[in-house]
Design a protein around this ligand. Structure first.
Ligand SMILES: [Zn+2]
Length: 356
């Protein structure tokens, strides 16, 4: 994730922090300073840091259980809205998925129990109103951990409870259908949260609702896409009718090709037919906007790191490469000649045609 930097490695995962997190800290510090002076500012900033340590612990709960099933977690990123453990893949065995999903909230329950044992006091009234004021530092932290556990257990995507719900449905139906139901549940929850946020004048709740709605939809589409791609190969999806550029072509030639065709990306192919890289419409426009001379070679804006696969490569692997940010995946013959290429857009078209 861009705009984030590394804090170091912990249990084999890189812990990253997003710069906007510091904006949140600064805002909390400033807001409480103007209301209650330096003591309140320090207290609240420390509280946010302690809260995010609990969020990190929650994510490591997922990561360490996933590792037991042989799934690595390359990195965990702290965002102002919470943590994000990037698992290499999701476990597809429903029972494993349940264990991985429950491990996060379980960590928060353990923290809550430890804090209570250490003497943190929270009243049930405060719990219902979600109002930690007057409960003291440890009391507030205990309360917030209980909230994290309960909120994440709501049986709707993208919350952890949604994964449990999907996994349970998977025992009786296929994964695509199960994901669709869990995503619908997520969107229903999002609508309720959004309504509560709007009527109660709570902008944070509205933001959470939007996030939940979008994430539920994204997971639904991703799983549907994967189900179709698993049955296919790169040859089924590749674009074979396209215009290519030669290494001698200029930015001006490439710009004309953008207008003449519907392509958004152009392979640069040498005289032997092997691929040198791709010129994307985005890179080309940026170069022209920066007033690069049109006589500059098109290769000056070419992306060279284009993943290559062969005709029989699985389309799911191709999709993974596109997810990692490649503008296109080239399909090459055994001697390295370019046969065609696959973009996210044309996998999307394939899904519409074949996936229903
Ligand atoms: Zn979680």
């Amino acid at each position: 994730m861009t705009w984030s930097f590394s804090l170091g490695r912990l249990f084999g995962s890189e812990l990253r922090i997003h710069v906007t997190f510091f904006l949140l800290l600064a805002w909390v510090g400033f807001a409480s300073y103007s209301e209650g002076g330096p003591d309140a500012a320090l207290n609240n900033v420390l509280f946010v840091c302690a809260l995010f340590a609990c969020v990190v612990a929650h994510e490591f709960g997922h990561a360490l259980v996933a590792r037991r099933y042989g799934i690595k977690t390359p990195d965990i990123t702290l965002l102002p809205i919470g943590g994000l453990a990037r698992l290499e893949r999701m476990p597809e065995n429903p029972l494993h998925e349940i264990a991985v999903a429950l491990a996060g909230p379980a960590v928060n329950v353990v923290i809550w129990a430890v804090l209570i044992a250490l003497g943190a006091r929270t009243s049930t009234d405060a719990l219902i109103a979600l109002d930690g004021t007057g409960a003291g530092f440890l009391g507030r932290l205990a309360l917030v951990n209980l909230f994290l556990a309960v909120f994440n257990l709501i049986p709707a995507f993208p919350m952890d409870g949604g994964r449990v719900f999907r996994a349970v449905l998977c025992l009786r139906m296929d994964r695509v259908k199960a994901t669709r139901y869990a995503a619908y549940a997520g969107q229903a929850v999002a609508v309720v949260l959004g309504f509560l946020g709007l009527t109660g004048g709570n902008p944070v709740l509205v933001l959470v609702a939007v996030f939940v709605f979008v994430a539920a939809n994204a997971e639904n589409q991703d799983v549907a896409m994967r189900a179709v791609t698993r049955r296919m190969m790169a040859r089924d999806a590749m674009i074979t009718s396209f215009e290519a550029l030669s290494p001698a072509d200029t930015l001006g030639t490439a710009a004309q090709a953008v207008i003449r065709t519907t392509q958004h990306e152009f392979p640069v192919v040498d005289e032997t037919g092997s691929l040198l890289g791709f010129v994307t419409r985005g890179n080309l426009f940026a170069a022209l906007a920066a007033e690069h001379p049109r006589s500059d070679p098109a290769t000056s804006v070419m992306e060279e790191n284009i993943p290559r696969v062969n005709l029989a490569s699985g389309l799911e692997d191709v999709l993974d490469l596109l997810h990692k940010g490649a503008p296109a995946v080239a399909v090459c013959s055994e001697v390295g000649a370019m046969l065609g290429y696959v973009t996210r857009e044309n996998v999307g078209e394939l899904i519409v045609i074949r996936g229903r």
